[in-house]
Write a protein that binds this ligand. Structure first.
Ligand code: ADP
Ligand code: MG
Length: 315
């Protein structure tokens, strides 16, 4: 029998008044995956994650974590997942250590987890701040505490909603190192980010949602292969004075002896294009091809850049 999926999302709908935040989203995440959930601002990513965490209730559909229904088996589902929310919510009167201990108490694991809390403080570089009030911490530090908070009960599934938004480069790299380690130790990781290069580096499979609907779900390599265009870079032995008419509409840039062309994957032949260029008397010395990156594919699929706003009410 196949192992139960880490996350199972089936036909989930959620409205906020007139806004359809989620409109029939379904997909599964296998145990041990490093999964990316991408989409423009307002696409419904946080709503989906909050529904998984039991923070908001879906109007329709079903969500399971490690086989447990997040509504009917809330307690077990909640024990199986650690969520780092997008919004920083915390009690400003707690110290960092108190906050983490309190959380472990909530999960009924306070006794077993004293040592684990100390370990978390250490690995998140918070030991020095352990007895400082939450309200006195910088945004980046608070983010670390919230990651610790998501892990106090050692959940098999870890969900991070934009964990690196507004975080400086150094902390970002530390966080990725730490999250990679969690993944290597066997945790299932679900990550939303609008830094596409992060998703491109880290995630094995990627779902793209847009206006509350799933518009793509694929391995990273298959998603990248969906790019409509690729680039051909040509280097000639001399400066390129004029571009052959036949390929002029494909030329993106000419700089001295080099030229970049955008070719359609489905209909442009690299060989024919090169023949045309050589036929026009350009002595080609070197070429290289470059695939579109995830950001290009994302824009083609959603027709928006990752950080742009969508009008929430539209269908
Ligand atoms: P994302 O995380 O992808 O940026 P969200 O899930 O936060 O998107 O939001 C999806 C849509 O639902 C947006 O149009 C947002 O304005 C709306 N929305 C989210 N939460 C609420 C709420 N509590 N009340 C009203 N509208 C909401
Ligand atoms: Mg969000």
């Amino acid at each position: 029998m196949a192992p139960v999926p880490a996350v199972c999302i089936e036909n989930v709908h959620k409205r906020f008044g007139a806004v359809k935040a989620l409109h029939g989203v379904s997909f599964n995440i296998a145990q041990g995956e490093f999964f990316g959930l991408l989409g423009p601002n307002g696409a419904g990513k946080s709503t989906l994650i909050n529904a998984l965490a039991g923070l908001t209730r879906a109007d329709r559909g079903q969500l399971n974590i490690m086989g447990y229904d997040v509504v009917r088996e809330y307690r077990r589902a909640r024990m199986s997942v650690g969520v780092v929310p997008q919004e920083l919510v915390y009690d400003p009167f707690f110290t960092v250590r108190e906050f983490l201990r309190f959380q472990s108490g909530y999960f009924g694991v306070a006794k077993q987890s004293r040592q684990w809390v100390d370990e978390l403080l250490e690995v998140l570089d918070l030991t020095e701040k352990a007895d400082v009030n939450m309200r006195a911490l910088s945004g980046g530090m608070k983010r670390r505490v919230l990651i610790g908070q998501a892990l106090v009960h050692k959940p098999p599934v870890v969900v991070l909603d934009e964990p690196t938004a507004g975080v400086d480069v150094e902390l970002r790299q530390q966080l990725w190192f730490f999250i990679r380690r969690l993944h290597q130790e066997g945790h299932t990781i679900v990550l939303t980010t609008h830094y596409l290069e992060e998703a491109e580096q880290l995630c094995e499979r990627i779902a793209i949602i847009d206006r509350g609907e799933l518009i793509a779900l694929d391995t990273k390599s298959d998603l990248l292969a969906r790019g409509i265009f690729r680039s051909l870079h040509v280097v000639a032995s001399r400066d390129i004075e004029s571009v052959p008419v036949k390929v002029r509409d494909k030329v993106k840039a000419v700089h001295g002896c080099s030229m970049e062309l955008r070719l359609r994957r489905d209909s442009d032949s690299v060989v024919e294009v090169l023949d045309t260029i050589r036929g026009a008397g350009i002595d080609v010395r070197d070429i290289h091809m470059e695939d579109d990156d995830l950001e290009d594919v994302f824009i083609q699929l959603t027709r928006r850049s990752p950080a742009s706003e969508t009008s929430g009410g539209s269908v």
